[in-house]
Design a protein around this ligand. Structure first.
Ligand code: ATR
Length: 297
């Protein structure tokens, strides 16, 4: 990559940010399209967020991604918000028009595109069980309701958080039947039987964790299972789905698709089909091998 005087700078702010796979995906897309852009990771501790955003403005950075822990805190530092970002209360992409910074949330289209591409799932009229009630669940719920889901039940460990989420969105999405319950729903055969799509938005599945005694046998054979966790690629939830021959996918497709949507916001160009996902999967494969190496020592 030849960086020159006119090269546009894109980037990502987060804390930590060193683990992010976005630089790999975004720089691959810039190179494939021959764009004079470079995408840089910026580690920004929480106490420096306001100064960092001022700095990004002052330096003329053309656009940037936002990751943990800044997705909510950045809102007050921006000039405008997209409809999705406002509804979710979180921003993962910032675009720039002159001096104005606009916050977007491309997790929404990332999620719905991955459901379509990876699971061939038709959201319209569907009944969905969403595990978790954090930022990722909010993005999923907005995507599902905007695409015409008939019913979304939010199951969360802490019921108060699930209730709040439903209270926030019931007045907005009046066409969908929204409800909440606890994770005990996973042990309720009658309720599992009526679900078209089960989505995990929680951190369960990371670091060897799993839902207790999960049994997806009652789910209909046409039901799909989506786990937003993508490392490990086969979480215990996905292994259980495979055991019952249910079509399933991990969150790698969503990560790639949210990156594609951000790239298009900044450049008005579409990355080559499948490029970001293949770079991501190659990197995750490499990471797995590295982890195994560490284990074997
Ligand atoms: P994100 O932005 O990724 O959604 P978050 O806003 O911190 O992250 O939300 C994390 C979600 O995962 C929450 O719904 C959380 O449940 P609580 O509201 O009860 O905290 C859920 N979660 C995290 N660890 C969990 C665990 N071990 N078991 C069940 N749910 C868990």
């Amino acid at each position: 990559m030849d960086i020159q005087g006119k090269t546009k700078v894109l980037g990502i702010i987060g804390w930590p940010v060193a683990h992010s796979l976005s630089p790999l995906m975004q720089n691959a897309a810039c190179a494939a399209l021959g764009l004079d852009c470079v995408y840089v990771p910026f580690p920004v501790p929480p106490e420096n967020l306001a100064e960092a955003v001022d700095g990004l403005r002052a330096l003329g950075v053309a656009g940037f991604n936002v990751t943990i822990p800044h997705k909510e805190a950045i809102i007050g530092l921006l000039d405008d918000l997209s409809e999705e970002a406002r509804l979710i209360g979180a921003v993962n992409t910032v675009s720039r028009d002159g001096d104005r910074l606009t916050g977007h949330n491309t997790d929404v289209t990332g999620f719905t595109k991955s459901l379509q591409d990876d699971l061939k799932f038709d959201i319209k009229g569907s009944r969905v069980l969403l595990l978790g009630a954090g930022g990722a669940a909010r993005a999923a719920l907005v995507g599902l309701c905007q695409a015409g889901a008939a019913a979304v039940t939010v199951a969360n460990r802490t019921p108060a958080k699930g209730k709040r989420l439903i209270a926030d969105f019931s007045p907005v999405f009046t066409g969908a039947n929204l409800a909440q319950c606890t994770l005990d729903v996973l042990k309720d055969d009658c309720r599992l039987k009526d679900v078209d799509l089960l989505v995990n938005t929680t951190a369960v599945g990371l670091n060897g964790t799993a839902f207790d005694d999960i049994d997806l046998a009652p789910m209909a054979p046409t039901a799909r299972v989506y786990d937003m966790v993508y490392n490990p690629a086969l979480t215990p939830l996905l292994a259980e789905a495979q055991k019952h021959s249910l079509l399933s996918a991990n969150g790698a497709g969503m990560l790639a698709a949210q990156g594609e949507a951000a790239f298009t916001i900044w450049t008005a160009r579409k990355p080559p089909n499948g490029l970001m996902k293949s770079r991501l999967l190659a990197a995750l494969g490499g990471q797995d091998m590295l982890d195994n190496d560490v284990y074997s020592k």
